[in-house]
Design a protein around this ligand. Structure first.
Ligand code: M6P
Ligand code: ZN
Length: 191
């Protein structure tokens, strides 16, 4: 393949919709987020009433050679399960050393970072003009804390991979809830 003729050299994205031309988003509905929300009673009630779309991810992952990068544009719709904002499943990279950069494009959100070993947690804002660096070995999850879709771009090593299982087994220690109209990070067990 002639590298300079690859169609992956240039892509066109919509920063407000959070989609990339020619890439079908992977859609995640509420039913795909089993175990993520601490308020399981409200989760089950909302699920029984319907299975709304929560977020979509358009990934550009053309190759897997050493040194390659992948990127994914995501949108998270506004909404809450009880006090907890709509969020992504969250993952840690299968290749634990892989870091990632998130760029906020539209809307208002937050990222929850958790050290796999110490379980230390941080909540950081994600919105336009904000770049969040996710170091290796750090589980990460994103939530929409606003009233319009949150969109953001994540850029990561091609070898990173997504490990959802260890996050699902252990869960994030904290959740992000709306408290007095503001996002707040609280211990899952205290909700
Ligand atoms: C970002 C990137 C993607 C990721 C997506 C949604 O765009 O980190 O790799 O897939 O967010 O997060 P999750 O995979 O946890 O659902
Ligand atoms: Zn990641």
């Amino acid at each position: 393949m002639n590298l300079l003729n690859s169609h992956d050299l240039l892509r066109f994205f919509d920063p407000v919709a959070g989609t990339i031309a020619g890439v079908a988003p992977t859609q995640r509905h509420l039913g795909d987020l089993h175990g993520c929300f601490a308020d399981t009673a409200t989760y089950e009630r909302m699920l029984a009433a319907g299975n709304p779309l929560v977020y979509g991810v358009s990934a550009v992952e053309p190759a897997r050679a050493d040194g390659d990068l992948h990127y994914a544009l995501a949108f998270i719709l506004p909404g809450r399960v009880g006090a907890e904002y709509f969020m992504t499943k969250g993952h840690v990279h299968s290749w634990r050393e892989a870091a990632e950069v998130y760029l906020g494009l539209s809307g208002e959100g937050a990222m929850l970072l958790e050290d796999e070993t110490t379980r230390e947690s941080r909540m950081l804002p994600l919105r336009p003009n904000h770049a969040v660096y996710v170091p290796g070995k750090i589980a990460h999850r994103t939530m929409n804390t606003g009233s319009v879709p949150l969109t953001y771009l994540g850029i990561y090593p091609a070898q990173a991979g997504h490990d959802y299982t260890s996050v699902a087994n252990r869960n994030f220690r904290c959740v992000v809830i709306e408290r007095h109209g503001q996002p707040a990070m609280v211990e899952r067990t205290l909700l």
